[in-house]
Write a protein that binds this ligand. Sequence first.
Ligand code: GDP
Length: 452
Amino acid sequence: MVLAQLGGSISRALQQMSNATIIDEKVLNECLNEISRALLQSDVQFKMVRDMQVNIKKIVNLDDLAAGHNKRKIIQQAIFNELCKMLDPGKPSYTLKKGKTSVVMFVGLQGSGKTTTCTKYAYYHQKKGWKPALVCADTFRAGAFDQLKQNATKAKIPFYGSYMESDPVKIAEEGVERFKKENCDLIIVDTSGRHKQEAALFEEMRQVSEATKPDLVIFVMDSSIGQAAFDQAQAFKQSVAVGAVIVTKMDGHAKGGGALSAVAATKSPVIFIGTGEHMDEFEVFDVKPFVSRLLGMGDWSGFMDKIHEVVPMDQQPELLQKLSEGNFTLRIMYEQFQNILKMGPIGQVFSMIPGFSQELMPKGREKESQARIKRFMTMMDSMTNEELDSSNPKLMNESRIMRIARGSGRPVREVMEMLEEYKRLAKIWSKMKGLKIPKKGEMSALSRNMNA
Ligand code: GDP
């Protein structure tokens, strides 16, 4: 899970506040201090964190809030707004149109994940019906063309490059020309990264840009540099017209929050984040759903998008129907456990629902979590159809619990633990009750409604 640690700390702080009987100055301070600590650990700039604290305290004046006010909700909303502000660049990214030829140039330092990200970006769009193509204009790094070729072949995306030609501008021009003739609507040009910001890199970027006239320049950066992202993003922006940013390696680094907020401070919109080495470990970045997820409120837009992206078409109506009924039976839990264990694409879908994968299968503890889920499933194998299909918690009385424990050879304590887990997940699932079953393309509107 992206920024699992940061998200965990923030939602724990909110939870602790919610558990307090009375919300007074002390409880609010503790909550804000906890969130601030988590943000600082994630390398968010000190001034931003301090401003956030000050702003929230200005908005949430506990003395002025009448007893009837829901203080928790007001505080949570204020925290949500402040975090969104921290990550909002204040301007949208340039959008490309499917069916109309666009050239997108990728720039960034060597090792930032640029070549990998080019393919992820192409693959993402290909799945959405675009006709992408990849051009390798990195003649500086030996092996760059081979890497792009390998990735492109795997994803079945046409590519262009050369082992002989050493002029990146010439290759870029030829590649773009060829794919324009082939009616590709998304021509992606991967440029050289070199190893540090040096004059030669910027000069080369400018020349490739002049020759290919990109509709969009995407700057790729590694999140592990944290708040130093500010200077890096600025330097690239000054050299070439960066229209959007992709932040990579959000899966492995504690400094991701710092990197995202620093990029936003340069007024560059982050459009995707890289969350792993694989082709589909790539997520659309949208400030509000991202913060929702961070606060444990769920990322509905990502969730619905992911359903359409990864769940086979014939299974989508059934899954959405179950979600919209909000009726979580033990059988549904069993099926979702199967999905999560397969760690297949549907597992990814459920990782978007707070409380599902993150807590059931936290990163780094996959083995023991898998063993726990398997134990739960063994116990559920000893349940009757009536028990599996009921959503009435009262049905599970003592004698049924004893029978399940005997039948599965597990202690009663574990059966109780499994039923507790069921209750927890049922609570989360119930939030999806009444979900309007959307058609393709209706996602954003729906997610906006749900996040509102
Ligand atoms: P380039 O030099 O900028 O073109 O970087 P590469 O695309 O060759 O990537 C450098 C390394 O980072 C490779 O080992 C990639 O697999 C890895 N990488 C790229 N993106 C991600 C990501 O989002 N998460 C993780 N964990 N690794 C990534």
